[in-house]
Write a protein that binds this ligand. Structure first.
Ligand code: GAR
Length: 210
């Protein structure tokens, strides 16, 4: 039997993906994982309230309190080690951490991105911007991707993807909502469960579900 794995969730905003993880845990759908801490890069993120409402420990690590991304990444790595994090989930976490964090948690950090990587991803593609660009391009499907985090933004091995139809009258907001409801809130908890249960193998930059 697996030991319980400490899941630390990193957030910056509203926290609907965090909520999906909390709800999955309540339904017994996170396997051997347990959300033990939520760390926010913003002091007023509503995600912190969601965590507190569910009795989950919270911490804030404010990006602008640090001179540069290296200093911030080292502080984040130390916080994650203090929290004895086994698995780290970026759930709407809007800061790109460097190798100080990524090298300490190889194949143990996942991110949910609101598009089908390699489309509409990389630096500058976050939140509503992703959907604005997808609509500008006129794609007929978009979706969400859960992938491992590496120091290169949105470039780590892909774990799960789910496609969602784009409608002619979509706005960035309606597309974002549909992708969250139909894709992100489903595949993020699924991927976290797979990781907690040690069901993901990574070979030559690709993942295989055991
Ligand atoms: C989600 O759509 C998430 O995929 C996206 O921001 C939103 C956060 O919502 N993340 C990124 O764009 C990261 N590149 P939430 O705070 O309600 O989970």
């Amino acid at each position: 039997m697996n030991n319980t794995k400490n899941i630390v969730v990193l957030v910056s905003g509203g926290g609907t993906n965090l909520q999906a993880l909390i709800d999955a845990q309540a339904r017994g759908e996170l396997g051997s994982g347990k959300i033990t801490c939520v760390i926010s890069s913003k002091a007023n993120a509503y995600a912190l309230t969601r965590a507190q409402n569910n009795g989950i420990k919270t911490r804030t690590l404010i990006r602008k309190d640090y001179n540069d991304i290296a200093e911030y990444s080292i502080a984040m790595r130390d916080a994650l080690l203090e929290e004895k994090a086994d698995i780290i989930v970026y759930a709407g976490f809007m800061t790109i951490l460097d190798e100080n964090v990524c090298d300490a948690f190889v194949n143990r950090m996942v991110n949910v991105h609101p598009a089908l990587i390699p489309s509409f991803c990389g630096k500058g593609y976050y939140g509503l911007h992703v959907h604005e660009e997808a609509l500008k391009k006129g794609v007929k499907v978009s979706g969400a991707t859960v992938h491992f985090v590496t120091a290169e933004c949105d470039a780590g091995p892909i774990i799960l993807q789910k496609a969602v139809k784009v409608l002619d009258d979509d706005t960035p907001e309606t597309l974002q909502k549909r992708i969250m409801e139909q894709a992100e809130w489903k595949i993020l908890p699924q991927a976290v469960k797979l990781l907690c249960d040690e069901k993901i193998a990574v070979v030559d930059g690709k993942t295989y579900i055991k």
